[in-house]
Write a protein that binds this ligand. Sequence first.
Ligand SMILES: [Zn+2]
Length: 108
Amino acid sequence: MPNNEIVRDLARERIDHLFGLATEYASLQPELSDRYVQMALKLSKRTRVRIPKHWKYFVCKSCHSFLYPGSRSRVRVSQERSPHVVVTCLVCGEKKRFILDKKSPPSK
Ligand SMILES: [Zn+2]
């Protein structure tokens, strides 16, 4: 449906914009960043537009906080088994892992 495509295109743009704002306010007003992220998540759910991968790294999947490195999250690289990045949410303690695959470097 073409109409639906337009809506999803707009949603994609808006999600990107909301994450941009979240980044801007991350160190000054983290609560505001969380609000922007929650708006983006809601929009993504409603329009079934996926959150771009490079933004997903910054969202805690447990409490949906905006995980800005240095203020809300701790980022560590581990060499155990296969090299991976561990991002710890400093709000709820949830950890997420990203495998570092040499064949497909993470976008951005
Ligand atoms: Zn969390």
